[in-house]
Design a protein. Structure first.
Length: 123
């Protein structure tokens, strides 16, 4: 099974935009891909399980009313909010970067940031 950060990285490289809301199902950041808001992790996992018929979209649509903010509102620490903003900034830099070596370095930083945010939230 593909790791969450690898799935998200792939969508970022394809031009997807990481949003500041999270999936109510898995807690991963939602993405905007081709004008649609979806959870790319849930979509990929559904595709891996073969739960959808061939020819159907493998993107898990998320209803706008079910979106949550990445941070836990007022409960989020300043460090958590800063880390979220930094991750979003990294995503924007990755999207605009032309040099594959720089993209690779930025993706590595993004992965570490996601792991750090996850560790911070599990405390």
């Amino acid at each position: 099974m593909t790791r969450e950060d690898e799935i998200m990285a792939g969508y970022l490289l394809k031009g997807g935009k990481m949003l500041s809301t999270s999936c109510p199902s898995c807690g991963c950041p939602l993405f905007e891909v081709k004008g649609k808001t979806l959870c790319v992790v849930c979509a990929e996992r559904q595709g891996e399980k073969g739960s959808q018929a061939p020819g159907k979209s493998d993107q898990a649509q998320v209803e706008p009313g079910t979106q949550q903010h990445l941070s836990k509102g007022d409960d989020a620490s300043p460090l958590e909010k800063t880390l979220e903003e930094t991750l979003i900034g990294l995503c924007e830099r990755i999207r605009n970067e032309k040099d594959p070596r720089c993209v690779s370095a930025l993706m590595e930083a993004l992965t570490l940031g996601i792991e750090g945010l996850s560790a911070l939230r599990s405390r």
